[in-house]
Design a binder for this molecule. Structure first.
Ligand SMILES: [Zn+2]
Length: 70
């Protein structure tokens, strides 16, 4: 009987830990990813009109067909 209650407690604590990780994970992503996103924005060229991600050899944006020359 006592063993059953302790097992239930272990399961409940495991569920709460998993829930804690799952709910904290987006917050951690928000904390750690904005610097990465900003760094990617500066490294990769984007269309200045529609912010479409461009390759280096593209002269025109495929989305809004504006020139990519700055
Ligand atoms: Zn564009």
């Amino acid at each position: 009987m006592n063993k059953k209650i302790s097992l239930l407690f272990v399961i409940l604590s495991a569920i709460s830990i998993i829930g804690y990780i799952l709910f904290d994970f987006p917050l951690l992503l928000l904390l750690f990813f904005p610097p990465l996103l900003f760094r990617n924005k500066t490294e990769k060229p984007r269309c200045k009109y529609c912010s479409y991600l461009l390759l280096d050899n593209w002269k025109y944006c495929p989305q809004c067909s504006n020139s990519t020359d700055t």
